[in-house]
Design a protein around this ligand. Structure first.
Ligand code: CA
Length: 529
């Protein structure tokens, strides 16, 4: 028998009458993010409006209609309802993960007024915007730190952690040092010397950070992606991750922002599910979402090796570990990883079945800009090569990103552009558009339960996942293999109607279940009566 993977997500906070209306059964209020689809943007690489080779708020605003034009009757937009902006604050680095001023915007990207205009334009289209918030550390050039390093008499000395001698600890993922020397002692900086860790045990530091978060929520930001959440605190003897104080700290941050009950907090906790699960807190009082790094790895593993094992095992482990409130943010890759198309060796079939699987699993999906075009980035795996400029039009100078030489470039094929794919049925972009629309109109896929129904046949790559909500069921079938699946019988009763699919050569209701056959990398979403 297939294992039931019922996650029992708290479905809705406001389901009044039994109604067929999707609007009445989709999450609202503080649960708005449960049926959202997010799009991660690196502002520096998205769209340059003023010809300096650097993306900016105005450029991003001008491109919003491609992401969501606010009109459900058109099909020339991707249909995302959330945007995550990588850091927008003043910073000495190109990426912005070392902040100089938590209440500023990076002048490279524009003015605060231009950012607010972007927020308004996004809201008018039904898009909510969350921003990266880097609480673990500041820039070494932050005025707090330049004061703190002058010595123990600085009013900001206790904003950071100091020792007279170097304890000799090293990074958990490598051998880099984490204590860095100054003339007034050693300071703790987990990632590198340019990012001194803030002393989050200091109530003044917490107050400054909460004040800054409140500032952005008042501006209309919908929440935060919180960087490096597992590294907030470290033990006295050098355990540098997942300390209990990190959880107490973030619960306290949430209490400090209680006036913003709709704010969304998404944790970056780059580790296994069992540890990730701790960050959901008690009754949802910590993070509402955490990125599904395991899920990303499992989908890519199945797409790459052609077998269902990784994909299915990940769903089983999610069901056994996460409690009712746990709700992942699944994704394929982000700005810290080689682009998904590169990981999949440029194989469009693997890419398409991976994208379909992303929208079949529970949670709130995140798409990394350019993923929907099959951007490769590169040529190397260094960080800049994972964050290259968006490809708007291959025939325009610099791919339509900028009239000037971009801050960074990657070689991409001509077909990898919005201009080439937006009006071309069958493109990767239109597949993402269709998957996002399907996802947003099927409550089973957003907030539904999940199970792996019993299945026979289907070769090594065939899989079937049943999502259900309020008596309605959507069956996802897929073939991760690069060869046809052969017959696969799925133990699900009822007639099946195709909602979306590719390479789905056979769907028949028979005694004992649904018989399906899939071509190489085929998939289908079927409504089951
Ligand atoms: Ca610019």
């Amino acid at each position: 028998m297939g294992s039931s993977l019922s996650c029992g997500h708290q479905a809705v906070s406001s389901t009044p009458d039994a109604s067929e209306s999707i609007e009445q059964e989709t999450p609202a209020g503080t649960d708005w993010w449960k049926d959202a689809v997010f799009y991660e943007i690196f502002v520096r690489s998205f769209a340059d409006s003023d010809g300096d080779g650097v993306g900016d708020f105005v450029g991003m605003t001008e491109k919003l209609d491609v992401l969501n034009d606010g009109d459900p009757s058109t099909n020339t937009d991707l249909g995302v309802t959330g945007i995550w902006l990588m850091p927008i604050h003043r910073s000495p680095s190109y990426h912005g993960y070392d902040v100089l001023d938590y209440r500023s915007v990076n002048p490279d990207y524009g003015t605060l007024a231009e950012f607010e205009a972007f927020l308004e334009a996004a809201e008018a289209r039904g898009i909510r915007v969350i921003i990266d918030f880097v609480m673990n550390h500041s820039s070494v050039q932050h005025p707090w730190f330049t004061s703190a390093r002058t010595g123990p008499d600085s009013p900001y000395r206790a904003f950071y952690s100091w020792r007279d001698t170097n304890p000799g600890w090293t990074q958990p993922w490598g051998s880099g040092p984490v204590w860095h020397q100054t003339s007034s002692g050693y300071y703790y900086g987990l990632f590198w010397s340019g990012m001194p860790d803030l002393n989050l045990a200091n109530p003044e530091v917490e107050s400054e950070l909460v004040g800054a978060m409140d500032f952005w929520l008042d501006k209309g930001v919908a929440g935060f992606r919180v960087d490096a959440a597992r590294h907030f605190f470290e033990s006295e003897d050098g355990v540098l991750s997942d300390q209990p104080e990190s959880h107490a700290f973030f619960k306290s941050v949430r209490r400090g922002l209680a006036e913003h009950p709709e704010a969304l907090y998404v944790a970056e906790v780059w580790t296994n599910k069992r540890t990730v699960n701790e960050f959901y807190g008690d009754g949802g009082d910590e993070f509402q979402l955490a990125f599904g790094f395991d899920t990303a790895g499992a989908i890519l593993e199945s797409a790459n090796d052609g077998t269902r094992a990784g994909f299915e095992q990940n769903l089983r482990s999610a069901a056994s570990i996460y409690d009712d409130l746990a709700f992942e943010a699944p994704f394929l890759t982000n700005h810290d990883m080689p682009r998904v198309m590169r990981i999949l060796g440029g194989d469009p079939g693997k890419m398409r079945v991976a994208a379909a699987a992303l929208f079949a699993v529970p949670g709130t999906p995140f798409v990394y800009y350019g993923e929907e075009l099959g951007m490769l980035g590169g040529p190397s795996d260094r960080d800049e090569d994972k964050r290259t400029p968006m490809r708007w039009d291959a025939a325009a100078p610099n791919g339509g990103f900028s009239s000037a030489t971009p801050w960074h470039t990657a070689q991409e094929e001509d077909g990898v552009s919005i201009a080439a794919q937006r009006d071309t049925e069958g493109s990767l972009w239109t597949l993402y558009r269709d998957l996002i629309r399907l996802r947003r109109t099927q409550a089973s896929l957003t907030i539904g339960d999940i199970e792996l129904p019993p299945r026979e046949g289907g070769g090594r790559g065939g899989t079937a996942v049943l999502r259900s909500f309020d008596g309605r069921r959507v069956l996802f079938v897929a073939n991760f293999d690069g060869s046809a699946s052969g017959p696969m019988t799925v133990d699900v009763d009822g007639a099946a109607n195709r909602l979306l699919g590719e390479g789905l050569t056979r769907v028949e209701a028979e005694d004992g279940g649904l018989k399906v056959e899939l071509e190489a990398h085929g998939f289908g979403f079927l409504a089951v009566d």
